[in-house]
Design a binder for this molecule. Structure first.
Ligand SMILES: Cc1cc2nc3c(=O)[nH]c(=O)nc-3n(C[C@H](O)[C@H](O)[C@H](O)COP(=O)(O)O)c2cc1C
Length: 387
């Protein structure tokens, strides 16, 4: 049985650019808010946490802001100061010492940041439209604020800031970089047209809405080389109140442009709705005649780099997906919250911490997801199954 597991596709190596990934298991980006709340500098806990997950094909770090107004998670590590880069270097070194590979997820929250989280600044977005709802991690009932619609000068500055962040990541020794283009944050606020209502060259047509995200990708590619750059998207996820009127056409065009740039990997979070009851209905509404197909079946054939699928995956489900050729790699979020050495655990078939909660996404243990201590982060005893 153990031998059978060890032979499964998840454990076969795969080439990404000039890197050989030892397996198809990717640690998805996970914000855990253990960095210094004032400086956004990652610390020894981060080094322990990430290096305990070094057996994955590669690690994607928590989303790391390019500048103070881009951080909607106070306590997230940033990538805009020398000190943050130095902090990250220790994390990267610790992962490398264990033989792992680690990519930084680079990010700007856009309108998802509340002024309270960003020193009273007005958040910035593609258009001056507020997220309908209250902001996460702001005490009391704090509704999202109307953001400033970025001017052309603002966009130029954002491009410079993304580049600087990528240069810092390179200095820190990261093996590569992933642009956070998912979950209704800044990049997604340009891509999808519920948030983006601009009428200039950055809004309106699909080509225009893809312009800024692609310009950011170009900056990252100039710093890291296309073989070390990827992006995460969530084409139909309604998180942070975003949506698109024609996701099939939008992402088909976007993927074509990523192919032209020979981008190394594309990660798709296949989540649909924060409201589980809505999931099936929405997928059918959005994809019409393609409704029988999953997002990976729709978009993988279009992408020429490595395709990573994400969302509620288990060992069995991910192997099945790989066997069917619906993805090249699988990324795991919640499983990595609860577990270190996931590859080893999958190989031996040992019971995962929190196994029951990985698929049904119950709210149990959530208090440990974010926080400032080792409990639930490097100390995983709180998640261990009660036998
Ligand atoms: C605690 C927590 C923090 C997360 N932080 C990030 C993040 O920083 N960047 C990101 O792209 N996704 C983030 N996600 C989403 C995960 O990367 C992943 O897309 C999602 O959890 C679905 O995968 P899963 O079903 O394996 O958990 C987070 C998820 C959780 C549970």
């Amino acid at each position: 049985m153990e031998q059978q597991r060890a032979n499964s596709l998840l454990f076969t190596p795969i080439k990404m650019g000039d890197l050989i990934l030892p397996n198809r298991i990717v640690m998805a980006a996970l914000t855990r808010m253990r960095a210094d709340k004032k400086t956004g500098i990652p610390n020894e806990l981060h080094a322990q946490y990430y290096s305990a997950r070094a057996d994955s094909g590669f690690i994607l770090t928590e989303c790391s802001a390019i500048r103070p107004d881009g951080n909607s998670f106070v306590g997230s590590a940033g990538i805009y100061t020398e000190e943050q880069a130095l902090g990250w270097k220790k994390v990267v070194d610790a992962v490398h010492e264990k033989g792992g590979r680690i990519f930084l997820q680079i990010w700007h929250a856009g309108r998802a940041a509340h002024p309270e989280q960003i020193g009273g600044l007005q958040p910035i977005s593609s258009s001056a439209i507020a997220i309908n709802g209250s902001a996460t991690f702001v005490k009391g009932k704090a509704n999202h604020q109307v953001p400033k619609a970025a001017t052309i000068e603002d966009i130029q500055q954002l491009l410079r800031d993304f580049r600087k962040g990528a240069e810092n990541a390179k200095k820190a020794g990261f093996d590569g970089i992933q642009l956070h283009g998912a979950h209704g944050y800044l990049i997604d606020q340009f891509l999808r047209n519920k948030a983006n209502q601009r009428t200039d060259e950055y809004g309106g047509s699909i080509e225009n809405r893809c312009r800024f995200p692609l310009q950011v990708m170009d900056q990252l590619i100039e710093v890291f080389g296309s073989g070390r750059v990827g992006i995460k998207v969530s084409p139909i996820y309604d998180f942070n109140d975003n949506a698109d009127s024609d996701p099939f056409s939008l992402y088909s065009y976007f993927i074509e442009q990523l192919n032209k740039r020979q981008v190394a990997f594309l990660e798709i979070n296949e989540a649909i709705s924060l409201d589980p009851a809505q999931e099936k209905v929405k997928h059918q509404e959005i994809f019409g005649s393609r409704k029988e197909k999953s997002l990976r079946e729709i978009f993988k054939p279009q992408f020429s780099g490595l395709f990573i699928t994400n969302y509620k995956l288990t060992f069995e489900k991910s192997n099945e997906i790989l066997q069917k050729g619906h993805a090249d790699l699988c990324s795991f979020g919640t499983s990595y919250v609860f577990n270190d050495q996931l590859v080893e655990k999958y190989k031996t078939g040992s019971t995962l911490n929190g196994a029951k909660y990985i698929e049904d996404k119950s709210k149990l243990f959530r208090e440990y997801f974010y926080g400032s201590t080792a409990v639930g982060y490097t100390d995983l005893t709180v998640y261990q199954p009660k036998l």
